[in-house]
Design a protein around this ligand. Structure first.
Ligand code: 475
Length: 838
C-alpha cells in the first residue's frame, strides 16, 4: 500500500516513540537496549555494552526502512540487481549508518547526555574485514551507491567467521593473527535461521532415462552442506532505500549424525559437522593470486549455489516463470570467483527445473554479466579438472557440454581457426586439463567489463583478445568509483564542512558539484582554511603514529602516503629506494636542503608471498636506520603503520599530502585508493596506469606528478630484452642504495636478509623498478619543490578535490544501471507496520 505524505507524517509521529530520530528518543532507545539486550543498567555497563545498545538502537531505525524496501521489491515487478562477490570489505557500520540516517549530531547529544563519548563507542566496533583489498572494498562502495541511488539490489557473499588476518609487526616482520571479528557478537546482522538451502558437494553422477524417454542425470553427493542466510541492512544516504547484504554461513544439515554416533563412530559424526562448518570459516588472504585449494572451490560453489537457489525461490514465489528469470534478476559476477554460477544456473535449470538445454543456455546468458579486475596472469583462476570433478562432478559434465556446443559455434564462426578454438575453450587441452573460469564467465555472460579505461582497452588487446574479436558488442568499460559518504563525509568531517560552507551539501549525492570549489582555488583565505584542515588531520594522524609505532613525526613535513596491499607490481620497493637515495644525499651533504618528509607505508602481504613480506621488512629496516640517524635531524622519517584496514584507511587518507600510485604501467587494473586520496586533497605521484590516467585527465596534467614508462614502452622494453643490471650500473644513486641493502647496512650488517629481493631486482625485475627509478626520483624532486610554495600547493590540492566528481561510485553504478543492468531507481516510502496492532 502506498502512503501519502500526510500518512507518512502520521506514521512518523506514531513511530517517534520507537524509532524516532531525536536526541531524547535515541537516548531512551539506547537505555532500553542496554537493559533488554545487554541485561545491564548504566552503573555496570561497559563501553562495549553501550556500543551494542547504541548499535541496536540504530539497527531498529534501519529495519523500519529495510522491511519497507524488501516489501516493495517483493511486490513490484521491479528488476533486482544481484551482486555476487566472494568479498565485501565493509568497514565499520555504526558511524556510516549515523551519517546515512542523518542522525550523527543527535546521537552525539544522546551519548553525551549518557556520559558517553560517541567517538569512543564508534571505536569499539570490530570492522568486518571480509575482503582482501580493492575488489572487496569496491563491492562495499557499490552497495552504498546502489542504496543511495534507490536501486533494488541484493549483495550475496560469504559470512566468513574469520576475515582478513590482523597484521602486527615484530622485529620489522609481518606477523599474522586471526581476525575473530564475531567474538563479541555482531549487532548489524539478522540471522535468518529458517532461510537455508542445501548444497551438494562431491560424490558421483548417475545417468538414466526416465519414463518419457528423457536422458536424466542424478547427482549423488558425497556430502550436503546447509547455507544459512545472515542479512545486513545497507541503508542509502538520506533515502528510505535499505538494501540487503545476504551472507551465507555453512553448517551441517543436522548438527549431529545420530546414526553414526550410535554405531560408536563418534568422531565421524562430529567431523562431518566440522567439515561443513569449515567452508565459511576463513577468507583466503591472497590478493591477486589464485588459490588452487579444494576448500576455495567449495567456498565459491557454496555461496553461489545458495544465492542462485535464493533468487529462483524469490522469483517463483512472486509467480514468476523460471524461463523469465532475467526479468527479475541481473547477476553481476565480481571477477571469476563466482563464475561457477554459470554452470550452477544450467544445472538448476536443466536438472532441477527440467528446462531444455538450449533454452536454459539462453536464460543463463541473459542473466549474467562479468567484471574483470586484474590482468595479472597469476590471478586468472583455473581449476585442475580432476580436483574440480572431485568437488563438482555434475558441473564438470555440464561444463563439458557447454564447451562442446560452444566450440561448435566458434568453429563455424571462425571457419575452424584452431588457435582461436583452443584459446576460447573453457577446458584447456593437453595432458593436464584445466577449467578456465574467465572463459566460463565470458561464454555465459551478455556483458564483460574492465574497471578503468586503460584496463578495458588492455583486456581487449591481451587476455580477452579473442573474445573481443568474436563478441565486441559484449565489451565495455566501467571505471571504478568510491563512495564520498564514507571516504569524505565520514572520514574527513572538517574538510566536508568546509566544502559545504562554500557550495552547500549537494555534492554529497552529486559529486560533480565539487567543481563549485574551483572558483575558490586562488582565494588566499580559502587556501588557508583548506590547509588548516589538512594540518589538523595530519596532527591527528601523527598522534596515532606515535601511539602505534612510537615514531614521532612532524605534521608540517610532507605526508607522503603509500597505502595498499604489498605487491611487487605496486612497487613499494621503488618508493623505499627513493627514500634511501634521499638519505644518502643527506649523509653525503648534511647541509643539503631537503624539504622535510614523512614516508608513510601501510598494507598487508599475503602470508605465503615471500617477497612481499621481505618488502615490509625492508621498509621497517630502512625506517630503523633513517629515523635514528642524528645527521638526518628528523628531516625524513619512515613509518610502517601496521594493520591497514578500512578503519585505519579512514584515518590516513585525510592526512595525506602525496599519494603514491606507482605501479608498473599496465599492471594496476584501476586502483581506488588513488581516488580516495585525491578527493581528500592529496596530490598524486603516479604512472600512466589504471585509473591514474583518467584522474590526471580530470585534475589536469599540471596538478599531477607523472613519471615512468608507459604501458607500450614497458612492452617494448621487455621485448627488446630488458636488462635491469644495466640500470643498476648506470645510476650511482641506485647502485649505492642497492649495495647498501646488500651489504647489510640496514640489517645490522647481515646482508643475506634481503638477498632474494635484491636478486629478483637485479636479474629479473619483471616490474621494471630499476628502469623507472631515475624518472621517479626526478619527479619526487618536483614534488618537494612544489610543496615549498604553499599557495601553489594549496591551489593544486583544492583543484584535485574539486575535479574528482567522476570518481564517485554513484557515477559507476549509474553507468552499470544504464548500460548493463537496465535497472532504474525505485524509491521506497515508509510503511506503518504497526497499524494492525494499534
Ligand atoms: C585491482 N583481488 C585494482 C580493484 O576493481 C582495482 C584476486 C584473486 C583472489 C583474491 N583477490 C583478488 C583482485 O583481483 C583485486 O583486488 N583487484 C583489484 O580490484 C577493484 O581497483 O586495481 O587490483
Amino acid at each position: 500500500m502506498k502512503s501519502s505524505t500526510k500518512d507518512t507524517e502520521s506514521i512518523l509521529t506514531r513511530e517517534e516513540t520507537r524509532t524516532g530520530l531525536g536526541p531524547e528518543t535515541l537516548k531512551r532507545a539506547i537505555l532500553n537496549h542496554l537493559f533488554y539486550n545487554q541485561g545491564k543498567f548504566p552503573e555496570i555497563a561497559t563501553r562495549n555494552d553501550y556500543y551494542m545498545a547504541m548499535s541496536f538502537a540504530v539497527r531498529d531505525r534501519l529495519l523500519q526502512r529495510w522491511v519497507a524496501s524488501v516489501k516493495k521489491y517483493l511486490n513490484a515487478d521491479q528488476k533486482i540487481v544481484s551482486y555476487l562477490s566472494a568479498e565485501y570489505l565493509l568497514g565499520p557500520h555504526l558511524a556510516n549508518n549515523l551519517i546515512n540516517l542523518g542522525i550523527y549530531e543527535n546521537m552525539e547529544k544522546a551519548s553525551n547526555s549518557l556520559g558517553m563519548n560517541l567517538d569512543w563507542l564508534i571505536a569499539k566496533e570490530q570492522e568486518p574485514g571480509l575482503g582482501n583489498g580493492g575488489l572487496g572494498r569496491l563491492a562495499a562502495c557499490y552497495m552504498d551507491s546502489l542504496a543511495t541511488l534507490e536501486i533494488p539490489a541484493i549483495g550475496y557473499g560469504i559470512r566468513y567467521q574469520f576475515g582478513i588476518f590482523e597484521q602486527d609487526i615484530k622485529d620489522g616482520w609481518q606477523i599474522e593473527d586471526t581476525d575473530n571479528w564475531l567474538r563479541r557478537g555482531n549487532p548489524w546482522e539478522i540471522a535468518k535461521r529458517e532461510l537455508g538451502y542445501d548444497v551438494k558437494l562431491g560424490g558421483y553422477v548417475q545417468h538414466y532415462t526416465d519414463i518419457n524417454g528423457k536422458f536424466k542425470a542424478n547427482w549423488i553427493p558425497g556430502m550436503i552442506v546447509k547455507g544459512i542466510a545472515y542479512d545486513t541492512p545497507i541503508l542509502g544516504y538520506r533515502v528510505n532505500t535499505c538494501n540487503t547484504l545476504r551472507l551465507w554461513k555453512s553448517e551441517a544439515p543436522k548438527s549431529f549424525d545420530f546414526q553414526t554416533f550410535n554405531q560408536g563412530l563418534y568422531s565421524g559424526a562430529v567431523s562431518d559437522k566440522t567439515v561443513c562448518e569449515n567452508i565459511s570459516k576463513v577468507l583466503y588472504p591472497n590478493d591477486e593470486q589464485r588459490e588452487g585449494k579444494i576448500l576455495r572451490l567449495q567456498q565459491q560453489y557454496f555461496f553461489v549455489s545458495c544465492s542462485l537457489q535464493d533468487m529462483i525461490a524469490i522469483h517463483l514465489s512472486q509467480g514468476g516463470k523460471i524461463e523469465r528469470f532475467y526479468d527479475k534478476f541481473v547477476v553481476q559476477l565480481n571477477d571469476t570467483h563466482p563464475a561457477i554460477g554459470v554452470a550452477e544456473m544450467m544445472r538448476l535449470l536443466v536438472d532441477v527445473y527440467e528446462v531444455e538445454w538450449d533454452l536454459a543456455w539462453d536464460i543463463t546468458k541473459k542473466s549474467f554479466a562479468y567484471t574483470n579486475h586484474t590482468l595479472l596472469p597469476e590471478a586468472l583462476e583455473t581449476w585442475d579438472q580432476d580436483l574440480f570433478q572431485s568437488v563438482l562432478p555434475r558441473h564438470l559434465e555440464i561444463i563439458q557440454e557447454i564447451n562442446r556446443r560452444f566450440l561448435d559455434e566458434v568453429t563455424i564462426r571462425t571457419y575452424g581457426d584452431q588457435d582461436l578454438i583452443s584459446s576460447l575453450s573453457i577446458i584447456s587441452d593437453g595432458p593436464w586439463k584445466k577449467i578456465r573460469m574467465a572463459n566460463l564467465a565470458c561464454a555465459g555472460s551478455f556483458a564483460i567489463n574492465g574497471v578503468a579505461a586503460l584496463h578495458s582497452e588492455l583486456l581487449k588487446k591481451t587476455v580477452l583478445k579473442d573474445w573481443y574479436q568474436l563478441w565486441p558488442e559484449k565489451f565495455s568499460n566501467k571505471t571504478n568509483g568510491v563512495t564520498p559518504r564514507r571516504w569524505m563525509v565520514l572520514s574527513n568531517p572538517k574538510l566536508s564542512s568546509l566544502i559545504s560552507s562554500k557550495i552547500g551539501e549537494g555534492w554529497i549525492k552529486n559529486l560533480d558539484e565539487l567543481t563549485g570549489l574551483e572558483q575558490y582555488a586562488d582565494d588566499p583565505s580559502f587556501q588557508q582554511e583548506w590547509m588548516v584542515v589538512k594540518h589538523e588531520m595530519k596532527k591527528d594522524l601523527a598522534k596515532r603514529i606515535l601511539q602505534r609505532t612510537k615514531i614521532k613525526v612532524d605534521p608540517s613535513s610532507i605526508f607522503d602516503v603509500h597505502v595498499k596491499r604489498i605487491h611487487e607490481y605496486k612497487r613499494q620497493h621503488l618508493n623505499i629506494l627513493h627514500v634511501i637515495a634521499l638519505y644518502n644525499r643527506i649523509k653525503q651533504n648534511p647541509d643539503a636542503e631537503v624539504v622535510p618528509r614523512t614516508f608513510i607505508f601501510a598494507g598487508k602481504a599475503a602470508p605465503g608471498y615471500h617477497l612481499a613480506k621481505l618488502m615490509i621488512k625492508l621498509i621497517t629496516s630502512v625506517a630503523d636506520v633513517v629515523n635514528q640517524d642524528p645527521i638526518v635531524k628528523d628531516r625524513i622519517k619512515v613509518v610502517f603503520y601496521p594493520n591497514y584496514n578500512v578503519t585505519n584507511a579512514q584515518r590516513i587518507y585525510p592526512a595525506a599530502d602525496v599519494s603514491e600510485q606507482i605501479s608498473t604501467a599496465g599492471k594496476e587494473a584501476s586502483g581506488t585508493g588513488n581516488m580516495k586520496l585525491s578527493m581528500n586533497g592529496a596530490l598524486t605521484i603516479g604512472t600512466l596506469d589504471g585509473a591514474n590516467v583518467e584522474i590526471r585527465d580530470c585534475v589536469g596534467a599540471e596538478n599531477f606528478f607523472l613519471f615512468g614508462l608507459t604501458e607500450e614502452e614497458v612492452q617494448q622494453k621487455k621485448s627488446e630484452g630488458y636488462n635491469p643490471f644495466d640500470y643498476y650500473m648506470a645510476n650511482p644513486e641506485l647502485k649505492l642504495a642497492i649495495d647498501q641493502i646488500n651489504s647489510g647496512y640496514f640489517s645490522h650488517m647481515n646482508g643475506s636478509v634481503f638477498k632474494d629481493l635484491i636478486n629478483s631486482l637485479l636479474y629479473h625485475d619483471q616490474y621494471l623498478v630499476l628502469a623507472d627509478f631515475e624518472s621517479y626520483v626526478a619527479e619526487q624532486e618536483r614534488v618537494a619543490e612544489a610543496y615549498k610554495d604553499k599557495q601553489r600547493w594549496a591551489k593544486m590540492s583544492i583543484l584535485n578535490a574539486a575535479r574528482m566528481g567522476k570518481f564517485s561510485s554513484d557515477r559507476s553504478i549509474k553507468d552499470y544501471c544504464d548500460d548493463i543492468w537496465k535497472v532504474g531507481p525505485s524509491p521506497v516510502e515508509l510503511v506503518d507496520f504497526h497499524q494492525k496492532t494499534q
